[in-house]
Design a binder for this molecule. Sequence first.
Ligand code: AMP
Ligand code: ZN
Length: 143
Amino acid sequence: MNDDCIFCQILNERAPCYAVHETRYTKTFLDIFPATPGHCLIVTKDHYQDIFEATPDAISMVGHVSTLIAHVVKEELQSEGVGIFQLNGAAAGQTVFHYHMHVIPRNTGEDLTIHNRMPGDPAELEALAARLSTRAYSMRVDD
Ligand code: AMP
Ligand code: ZN
């Protein structure tokens, strides 16, 4: 764990999040600057800076959970598509240096950005997290 890392703070419950799902190895919560409504982040419970530090097992768990979360956002939000993104290093656009994967609902005609400068509305984030969480735990999870 890294005290200066915002995702470690969320995992330690020293910072808040809009929680969606949890396994022994991962936590999924909403991005507070959503590219689109329902933009989720799947983070490893252990602190790894990026793909170059993370273990293959940890990366596999995130990939495994990404299939669940992709189904969850597509079904719950009826999105046409789902973008899965994972950035490593500032040069690649990574801004939080704790390994994570973006799961972003996508619809035709929307901007294909990953980062948004506008924070989501807290009430909307809370309502979305509740819907996605209920859907996630109602589906089969192999953790
Ligand atoms: P990346 O650029 O791939 O490192 O993505 C980091 C993401 O974390 C960005 O999309 C941010 O909007 C998001 N983010 C930063 N701080 C928080 C936070 N406290 N809770 C949820 N998402 C966050
Ligand atoms: Zn961390």
